[in-house]
Design a binder for this molecule. Structure first.
Ligand SMILES: NC(=O)c1ccc[n+]([C@@H]2O[C@H](COP(=O)([O-])OP(=O)(O)OC[C@H]3O[C@@H](n4cnc5c(N)ncnc54)[C@H](OP(=O)(O)O)[C@@H]3O)[C@@H](O)[C@H]2O)c1
Length: 248
């Protein structure tokens, strides 16, 4: 089993075998100050140039016992965890339409079990062992986790669950730092946000000695982003029913 150098930060990445996970793994390997700990459902499928430069653990994210056991092992074998990147997810199905008639109940359950509960098990085990301050959590979400979107009901809703949980955690544990990454489509060979520029934002956070406790991270031109967010909150305000109520 590869082991980190004492000066390296331990960075745990889930979903390391996925498309974005493989890109993040490559960036983590290229940073001498970081030691990648790659979590995956299938270690044999990982592309590995230098097994000595990283540690790999098999985990079943939907199973809290599996997550607890793996995080205990990481702590024993690699030391305290500095950064957790929750990247694994049951993602959208291309072309899917009509949730009411065509959704698969098992996939709905699995989406919440992996995307929301699995990520929370990982956060709990990262923050719950070792030092009680200065740890960092990055959740790879989706911009639509905030706003809702079309068709992919369980995907956006499970991302929204983690979005919301992380805001609560950031409130309750301000000695750690949290980032909800509200990405749009990622360019994984087609079109979208550049994964390398996304990594630069992740890296800046990981290396920041005094980060803000919570930020929502967007990848959009500033003016366009400002306009969209204002429009969203205006629509939200207009959709709220405000009733007077007697209170005891
Ligand atoms: N692609 C996009 O345009 C886009 C847009 C917005 C947000 N995102 C987010 O970016 C992240 C990465 O997306 P991606 O496009 O790289 O997806 P991907 O290629 O499908 O990879 C997702 C990985 O998550 C893990 N995973 C999936 N189902 C699982 C299950 N049932 N149990 C345990 N692990 C499971 C697997 O990792 P292992 O193979 O290592 O087990 C899988 O390879 C996701 O959180 C996604 O929601 C992507």
């Amino acid at each position: 089993m590869a082991q980190r150098q004492p000066e390296q930060q331990v960075v745990v990445l889930t979903g390391a075998g996925g498309r974005f996970g493989r890109i993040l793994s490559r960036h983590l390997r290229a940073e001498p100050g970081l030691f990648p700990v790659l979590l995956t459902s299938d270690p044999d499928a990982l592309e590995r140039d230098d097994p000595a430069a990283e540690a790999v653990y098999q985990v079943t994210l939907a199973d809290p016992e599996s997550v607890a056991a793996v995080f205990r092992r990481i702590h024993e074998e690699q030391g305290d965890i500095d950064v957790l990147i929750n990247n694994a997810a049951v993602i959208t199905e291309p072309g899917f339409k009509d949730f009411v008639h065509k959704a698969d109940d098992a996939r709905v359950a699995e989406s919440f079990a992996v995307n929301a509960a699995g990520a929370l098990y990982c956060i709990r085990r990262t923050l719950g062992q070792g030092r009680d301050h200065g740890k960092k959590v990055i959740n790879v979400l989706a911009g639509r986790a905030l706003t809702g979107h079309e068709r992919h009901v369980e995907y956006y809703a499970s991302k929204a669950a983690l979005y919301n949980a992380t805001k609560t955690l950031a409130h309750d544990y301000p000695r750690h730092a949290f980032r909800n990454v509200m990405t749009g489509r990622i360019d994984l060979g087609d079109k979208g946000d550049s994964p390398d520029s996304m990594w630069r934002a992740f890296r800046a956070f990981i290396l920041d000695p005094a980060p803000a406790p919570y930020r929502e991270v967007y990848f959009r031109p500033r003016l366009e982003f400002t306009w969209r967010l204002l429009a969203y909150y205006w629509r939200h305000f207009r959709s709220c029913e405000r009733n007077d109520v007697e209170r005891s």
